[in-house]
Design a protein around this ligand. Structure first.
Ligand SMILES: [Zn+2]
Length: 62
């Protein structure tokens, strides 16, 4: 048996999985739910927006 999903404590996001993509000097975040962030020059900002998206859509606070 093997598990496909890595067990990361505190980062259980079943429905929302965000990926950071880069395009030229810009980067943006896309989510499995269809959400995507605007293209940013700052990857740090993109990661923050992605994090905010996950936080805003997390139904279970625990
Ligand atoms: Zn999402």
């Amino acid at each position: 048996m093997h598990s496909e999903l890595p067990a990361v404590p505190g980062t259980r996001m079943p429905e929302h999985r965000v990926a950071i993509s880069e395009r030229g000097s810009f980067c943006y975040a896309t989510c499995d739910c269809g959400w995507y962030s605007p293209a940013r020059r700052s990857r740090d900002l993109t990661r923050r927006e992605a994090d905010e998206h996950l936080t805003a859509n997390a139904s279970d606070p625990g």
